[in-house]
Design a binder for this molecule. Sequence first.
Ligand SMILES: Nc1ncnc2c1ncn2[C@@H]1O[C@H](COP(=O)(O)OP(=O)(O)OP(=O)(O)O)[C@@H](O)[C@H]1O
Length: 252
Amino acid sequence: MRTTQIPPPAVVVEQVRKRYRSTQAVDGISLTVARGETVGILGANGAGKTTLVEMIAGLRTPDTGSVQVLGLHPTRDRARLRQVLGVQLQNAYLHHALTARELVELYRSLYPHPRGTDQTLDLVELGAHRDTQFEKLSGGQQQRLSVALALVGRPRMVILDELTTGMDPRARRRMWGAIEALQDDGVTILIVSHAMDEVERLCDRVLLLQDGKVIAEGTPAEVTAQAQAASLEDAFVALTGTTLDDLQMEEL
Ligand SMILES: Nc1ncnc2c1ncn2[C@@H]1O[C@H](COP(=O)(O)OP(=O)(O)OP(=O)(O)O)[C@@H](O)[C@H]1O
């Protein structure tokens, strides 16, 4: 009888914890993400979302617990993981004096089979700004470029922290289209987002965090129903006791 090897899930996180001095940022989170699945990580400011995805990306080491990504250990197998995982993080440091084209070319050089430079810039509609230095791009354009850089290596999985923050409505729609194309290609996606319309449209499943713990999990419709709410945004408010206006005030 022939046996088929079932590939491991894209992400297996078991009971991870991470503390910064007096703050328990992540407090015992477990998460399994199937290959090709899109999972949204939600929660108020400071809930632990970025810390969680940084541990999955291998950029932070958990104090306890384990993380496996595409069958690899995020820190021990860092070089191999970098070839298959694209990461766009909040406040990513990019060389400000380089142009959009130069940054794409720099990132292309890290991968064996990267997308073309023009194709990458067109993906986020930055072709017209190819010769603009990063520091002279608008905030939304910088954000679009950082997403493009996460996709340049044709990753099997991407982590997107605040995908469309700062983008105008047209750029957001365009970005959603680009994400849907990745989904059609079977790419596994983790999205950190405060935009509930985006999460409802793109995510198969969401995890709602509070104080470093998962307080709700399921499809957007299941989490909405669990809170007996009319929308995911209402569910967020009911379950976390935070309003999105509070979130925006905190971000000011
Ligand atoms: N480098 C650090 N040193 C000390 N404390 C930190 C550090 N990074 C994060 N924290 C704290 O850990 C907690 C979780 O932060 P984290 O950035 O993971 O939250 P978040 O859910 O991504 O928030 P946001 O929505 O504001 O991006 C917060 O209380 C934050 O102040």
